[in-house]
Design a protein around this ligand. Sequence first.
Ligand code: ADP
Length: 903
Amino acid sequence: MAKYTPMIEQYLSVKEEAKDAFLFFRLGDFYEMFFDDAILAAKELEITLTGRAGGADEKIPMCGVPYHSAESYIQRLIEKGYKVAICEQVEDPAEAKGVVRREIVRVVTPGTMMEGKAVSEKSNNYMVAVTEIDKVMAVAACDLSTGELHVTSSPSSKEWLRDEIGIYTPSEIIGDEGLIGWIKEQAGPLGKPVVYTPRSKAPDESGRRQFGEAAWIRLEPERRACVAMLVTYLGETQKRSLGQLSRISAYEPEQFMILDPFTRRNLELVETVRDRSKKGSLLHLLDRTQTSMGARLLRRWVDKPLLSSSQVEARLEAVEELFGAFMLREDLKDKLKGIYDLERLVGRIAFGTANGRDLNALKLSLRQIPELKELCSDSRSNTLSRLASGLDDCGDLAELIEEAIADDPPVSVRDGGLIRPGYHAKLDELREASTNGKRWIADLEAAERQATGIKSLKVGYNKVFGYYIEITKSNLTALPEGRYERKQTLANAERFVTPELKEREALILEAEDRMLDLEYGLFTEIRDKLSANIPRLQRLAEAVAEIDVLRSLAEVSSDSGFVKPVLTDGYDMIVENGRHPVVETVMEGRAFIANGTALKQDASILLITGPNMAGKSTYMRQVALISILAQIGCFVPAARAEIPIVDRIFTRIGAADDLIGGQSTFMVEMADIQVMTDKATARSLIIIDELGRGTSTTEGIAIAQAVIEYVHDVIGCKALVSTHFHELAHLESALPGLRNYSMAVQESGEKVHFLRKLVPGAASTSYGIYCAKLAGLPSVITDRASGLLGELEQVPVAAGKMSSPAASMDAVSAVREDASPVYAAVEPASASADSKPAPASDMGIIQLSMFGDEPVQPQSASAKEDARLRGLLKQLKQADIMNMTPLQAMGLLNELKMKAKDL
Ligand code: ADP
């Protein structure tokens, strides 16, 4: 005897094809799962695990979900990172000999979801393929729900691969085995995509068939192999035509600014670091789009700032026109609002899942296009006019839908009521027959009541017996003999038919049957006609999205007081009164303090010191965001901005460390710096927040100085570096391109007031103990820390073991022959070249220790005296005599004398 019943045997053979997926096996109104699938699914979906006799004496674990609500179960499994293979009956059970034939009709995977939560309106759901051939890597990314397919390639580099994949934040990645292994290790930066190597080979033929010979041969072989892998995989899982994949958009990596996943995160471009929400990100600020495809395109723009100044200028030109034209912006908004998600509608049409309502949504959207087009072509913007002139409004398709589809069709495409009367003569005829028949039946009740005199006589319908005439038992005696044929007996009534009723019934049922078939046929015919026009609709969707994004950027720029940046091919970045676009929106009544930026060939590195909370990170991010905004074609938050094209922004900011498990913060920092030294060019912008933490102070300072020197001497790019190592300030005199800056603070008594103003010159303290007090540390700790600080600052340099930051500078300056001596660390900028900025003290901002000249809780009288002496010396050294008025100089002299008296 066979081990299993024939049906279970069938299950097992189908399961062979879908080993890595849950097999949803259709049995009647349920999808059933068996064996291990059932055990795991019961757990994951919290449904009851049962058993079924499957053959011999074995009871097979089983669980199931009703087919009509399967979608939500499938989605839950996909969200958990599983795949689901859907197995349907593929022959009519009535005609089947033995077990009904069943086949997998689709494998749903995270990257191939067409509906549901994973496919949120405003973002893409990408599936990515990665390949490597002859030291060339390729990445192809496809969103099946919108029909986009992008492909690019580059000489092999893991960093490049990571950055490129990072752009798409895919939910699923397939690729060559070696690459996949590496990608799995990148779980942190790349999120949590499902990752694996497909089993079957990808024939070149698959791509040629999908995209046509001409488009296919235009692609480089490496890119072809990658797209072929993607298309083959999609074909195998979706098992249907994928008409929405009609075009390949190939691009060169050099077209876009490079932003690695950490930089994207650090700059909070599309989501916040804290809770990964869109709210609070740059994207959220910029998103005033009215259509879903606009929202998705905006994200692509934010993800990929341009490197071609002419392309950026074209965008800026449109934004400028819309910036100044409030009414045009409003009119466009009005039209755009009426446009549904064309890309996804097209996706559903191609996929064969669009219903009547989808087609009407398409029609209503298309109706907006002529006016949208007119608004754009009437504008003074060349970019908008160009977009308008290429707009095919697809009016013929709107007409087709208008003629054929009823105004308010049902959700289902199988239950009729889809096709507009007058569209098809035969359908109208059948409808007429059915309505006439029904009217005749409706009239029959009244006529028969009259003829028989039985007032309670009813005409009814049920699925099994069809139409009938019902007479209660008590009235049976009044019924003339032989008038009706008896059909069914109930407890207190009898049901009858007449030959004529039977005939009418047959006509109605036949008409309805044929009507449903005909309607469905007509509907699919229309859907197919639309399918044949997919490339036209996709081009239209693209243009609409672009108009939407340009309008959105203009609206935000206007509402937020941004200015048009002047793009240059030069080196210098000059920003007057720049602001952080996002932080300034969350100031809750407080003013955001604007800060300028001047990064020039002869002043390309800013070394920024200042206490925690002073605004260093905000400032540095602001500079990066202004660059990005300019290169996506948006106005920027500043009074004036001269922006050079930046090829890459590299950030090293501590906050992303927690993403990576298993590596120490310091190792991560060093690895990042290694990539930076390798990849940054003179056109890059580097931002390093708190360089050299995570190791001993001495080593930290040494590494920081070495990195800064490398950036200065070898890379020569613009850089902003913040540090707590005030000792590094001496580099200003050694490196001609470096400038000391600090975030100003004002002291009053024991309080420190953050001014959030970037001022030239280095800060002298980090106010760490002050911040500790602010954070509420017990005073016994902060007082002790103050005491220790006083002590530490006096410890003489012990050979080989330097604990004092100041002392450690001896060693560090020794590394660079031309470095200044130890106390250069606190020397004001004015001590160096004339071209360097004036010191902070000129601006009326005090940069002394919050504890004044006196260390808190001195350990002994002589220690106290020493500290005062040092304070005095420090003040003397910092005095910028050349920039003082005679009266100020006299005042200073007097002050020093008074202090010396107390010693
Ligand atoms: P730091 O990096 O020096 O520790 P942050 O840049 O994190 O400081 O800034 C701390 C806080 O100060 C920010 O969260 C913001 O609220 C505020 N802030 C920063 N820059 C400014 C500014 N230019 N104007 C007003 N507030 C600012």
